[in-house]
Ligand binder design. Sequence first.
Ligand code: IMP
Length: 188
Amino acid sequence: MQPDNNPNDNIQIHDLHFTSLLSEAEVQKRVQELGAVLTERYAGQNPLFISILSGAFVFASDLMRAFKGNCEVGFVKLASYAGTRSSGSIQTVMGIEKNLRGRHVIVVEDIVDTGRTLHFFLNQLQIQEPASICTVSILRKPEAAAFPVQIDYVGFDIEDKFVVGYGLDYEGLGRNLPGIYQLQENIA
Ligand code: IMP
């Protein structure tokens, strides 16, 4: 799905200016669609949603409530970003405490940029022998892809520009914005 741009809604976070990319209504509509697809695919299977912290907690919270049926949730914390650029190395700051063997796992990401984070995490996940793994991300930047990762369900493909909102931050701020905003370049 391609985003509609609404140029009327501009915000500033710290030193940067952002313009509206996806409204709250557009995001919520897509989350409900993804929830319906997962509900059908995992009927009766009690899947385990694994949310990658920090950014994906907002999406994971909405997505699991759009899932109709039994499901569980777990969290991992990985870190790779500093400011508006990926730092190049990944750290597991907090690992998952659940036994994943034989579980149907749904990995929930906020955004797939280079794919480094997900590539790293999926390799770790395989070792724990889940019954199945699928990946869901509310956003993906196809032009930035540098690591071979399969994203089974994507909310929106977007341009390779920095975004905030719906869980995503710039230097700590912006996660609570219900819509998604894109960095405006060339602003004095
Ligand atoms: P990747 O490892 O390069 O795919 O980057 C994935 C992680 O970097 C995401 O989970 C986000 O936390 C962060 N990230 C990537 N792009 C953005 C962005 O545009 N805004 C905010 N965070 C981002």
